[in-house]
Design a protein around this ligand. Structure first.
Ligand SMILES: Nc1nc2c(c(=O)[nH]1)N[C@H]1C(S)=C(S)[C@@H](COP(=O)(O)O)O[C@H]1N2
Ligand SMILES: [Mo]
Length: 327
């Protein structure tokens, strides 16, 4: 009998999406029953280097949606990652040679702990969590994605920001030899994104290191990327190499590219249209079309929710702010 390491066995080989969902329910119910076998250990997260290796000690989260996740194929072949090209299948096709290890992150600015840290040392103190989140792209499509990651708020705390730190600024790797899409001037490189310190302290944002219980694929932003579920997808920056605690608000990538179309806040808002299209509805990638005429014209669109449905957790962050002006 051929015996393989767990890391060599892809979940797609051993489980269908339906099995994945029922296995999740099982994990949730046993976690509720107080099993410490499945819950993450205090020893902390370890991210294997091998592609598609399974992550261990992953806890579930109260913040996960119960909506059915998109398929692994949808999530890993329909991507925006302009560092690897601008077509939806370019990141999948052009990122396979990318080596996301070794990886370090430089932390700078108004914080007690700054310097350059190995990825492992940043992630190790934390317990991995699965967060099944809706992702709403500014292009009016959406997916449901089972990320694995660590709360951004905990990572921010780890570096002890000072009172002068008003924004947390993230940058992607800038290396046109490794990221062929950077030879094009479609965006100013490196990709840059930022959150206010209050947004970064909210429990929802995570730094994702995994997908579907496995190590994060390159096209989804390996080895580490931000996820901010109430904002348009472009805030969720991939391939992060630096975190800066800044007193001033930077101009972010899409703001620089088209300031009248993309603002700093980028909160999902069905009431504020993009200048060139409506944001009221969205197309769920991979949604069943039901056949007939609908399958010819594509899946029916569904209503977009204010703050992508996460208003209960985040609306208070914008009290008194005119969201039409601060788009
Ligand atoms: N560095 C970088 N991060 C990025 C992008 C990008 O082009 N470069 N695209 C953004 C956009 S527009 C979206 S919708 C999400 C897509 O994430 P996914 O491909 O993992 O679904 O990544 C975001 N993060
Ligand atoms: Mo996007």
């Amino acid at each position: 009998m051929l015996i393989r390491k767990p890391a060599d066995i892809r979940p797609s080989e051993i489980t269908s999406r339906e099995n994945y969902l029922s296995r999740r329910k099982f994990i949730q119910s046993t976690a509720l029953a107080g099993s410490s076998l499945i819950a993450g250990t205090a020893a902390g997260a370890i991210i294997p280097e091998e592609r598609r290796a399974r992550l261990t000690g992953v806890e579930t989260s109260e913040f996960s949606t119960s909506e059915a996740p998109n398929s692994y194929t949808d999530i890993t072949t329909y991507n925006n990652y302009y560092e690897f090209g601008t077509n939806k299948d370019d990141p999948f096709r052009n990122s396979q040679e990318f080596e996301p290890r070794p990886w370090s992150i430089t932390v700078s600015g108004h914080a007690d702990k700054t310097g350059t840290f190995n990825l492992e040392d940043i992630v190790k103190p934390h317990v991995l969590q699965e967060r099944i989140y809706r992702l709403r792209c500014v292009e009016a499509w959406s997916m449901v994605i089972p990320w694995v990651g660590i709360p951004l708020a905990d990572v921010v705390k780890q570096f002890a920001p000072q009172s002068a730190a008003k924004y947390v600024v993230f940058r992607t790797l800038n290396d046109r030899a490794r990221m062929p899409g950077q030879r094009s001037r479609v965006l100013r490189w490196p990709y840059i994104e930022a959150l206010t310190i209050a947004e970064a302290a909210n429990p929802l944002p995570i730094l994702a290191v995994g997908l579907y219980g496995e190590v994060l694929p390159n096209q989804n932003g390996a080895p580490i990327r931000l996820i901010v579920p109430w904002k348009y997808g472009f805030k969720s920056i991939k391939g992060i190499v630096s975190i800066d605690f800044s007193e001033t608000r930077p101009r972010t990538s899409w703001e620089i590219a088209a300031p009248h179309e993309y603002g700093f806040y980028a909160n999902v808002n069905p009431n504020v249209d993009h200048p060139r299209w409506s944001q009221a509805r969205e197309r769920r990638i991979g949604a069943a079309t039901g056949g007939g005429l609908q399958s010819i014209f594509g899946a029916k669109k569904q209503a977009t929710l204010m703050f992508n449905g996460y208003g209960e957790q985040v609306a208070h962050l914008y009290d008194g702010l005119d969201l039409r002006r601060n788009f």
